[in-house]
Ligand binder design. Structure first.
Ligand SMILES: [Zn+2]
Ligand SMILES: [Zn+2]
Length: 293
């Protein structure tokens, strides 16, 4: 069944209908879940003055948002999605943020980074070289529930996770199949993802797509470090990207921790095609590192 979006939204345009949807959801063990309620119980949970008026509004919500079941009414998938998205402020909240100082240095000049928010988009930029390092949306629920200190961490986690889900071929927003590619842009390789269902997408350095690869996680872990401490706006100077081939694209992402160097080869569809660990002789100079970019 596919409905008309403008009609579907029009049916939500009433306060009593929104009350009905809210009354059919309850927080259970920390999760918002559907609850089934009988007609009278549901009527009493709203401000509707007459059962006739209430019935009319309930009819408008069926069968798109509310369905009738044996012992009453309950939300459909779409009804639950409306309750969650409205609670998270997706359609109604707009957050702007005064500059927050970012504890990590600028990846270009090692200057001071600041994060500012405008219309739910957070931009991390350098005060010294004036460059924008990244600008990405962050849902209103994230802005509303994290204080300044926790916001940057949450923003970092959110986008690392998005990159990984995209890289594995599905959309973090809607679950749709995702087109993945490594493309050359201004002579630099960029990983690009685009959802074939909702159109959500992302472009980022290739290195960000391998942060959660087991070989990378274990390299840091063996050295008593955690790769998650390296935020997406500056993963650290130990990372390099080298284009081995443009047709088809193949990029070697290199990362060195202590005396260990890891090369991760990424193919044109963003898949990791090979990994190789080597130990760098500490007596030798950096230039002698066989896999350094
Ligand atoms: Zn800078
Ligand atoms: Zn999608």
């Amino acid at each position: 069944m596919t409905g008309d979006p403008s009609e579907a939204f029009a049916r939500l345009g009433d306060a009593t209908r929104m009350e009905i949807l809210d009354a059919l959801a309850a927080v259970d063990e920390g999760c918002v879940r559907r609850v089934t309620r009988g007609f009278t119980d549901l009527f009493e949970a709203t401000d509707a003055e007459t059962t006739a008026g209430f019935s009319y509004h309930l009819r408008q919500l069926r069968d798109e948002y509310v369905e009738e079941v044996e012992d009453g009414y309950r939300l459909t998938y779409a009804g639950l999605a409306v309750v969650r998205e409205t609670a998270a402020g997706t359609f109604t909240e707009r957050f702007d943020h005064d500059p927050i100082s970012v504890p990590d240095p600028c990846p270009f000049c090692e200057g001071a980074l600041v994060a500012t928010g405008e219309d739910n988009v957070l931009t991390v930029a350098c005060d010294d070289c004036d460059r924008d390092v990244l600008a990405l949306p962050f849902p209103p629920g994230g802005h509303a529930t994290h204080d300044d200190e926790a916001l940057l961490d949450a923003f970092d986690r959110h986008h690392r996770h998005r990159v990984q889900v995209f890289r594995e071929g599905s959309c973090p927003e809607c679950g749709g199949a995702t087109d993945r590619a490594v493309e050359m842009s201004d002579e630099r390789p960029r990983a690009t993802f685009e959802c074939t269902a909702c159109g959500d997408g992302l472009r980022c350095p290739v290195a960000l797509t391998v942060l959660e690869h087991p070989a990378v996680v274990s390299l840091y872990h063996e050295h008593g470090e955690d790769v998650r401490d390296h935020p997406v706006w500056n993963v650290g100077p130990e990372w390099t990207e080298t284009v081995l081939s443009e047709e088809p694209v193949c990029v070697r992402v290199g990362v060195r921790v202590g005396e260990d160097h890891l090369a991760v080869l990424v193919g044109e569809d963003c898949s990791v095609v090979h990994t190789e660990r080597t130990t760098v002789d500490p007596q030798e100079s950096e230039a002698a590192d066989p896999t350094a970019a």
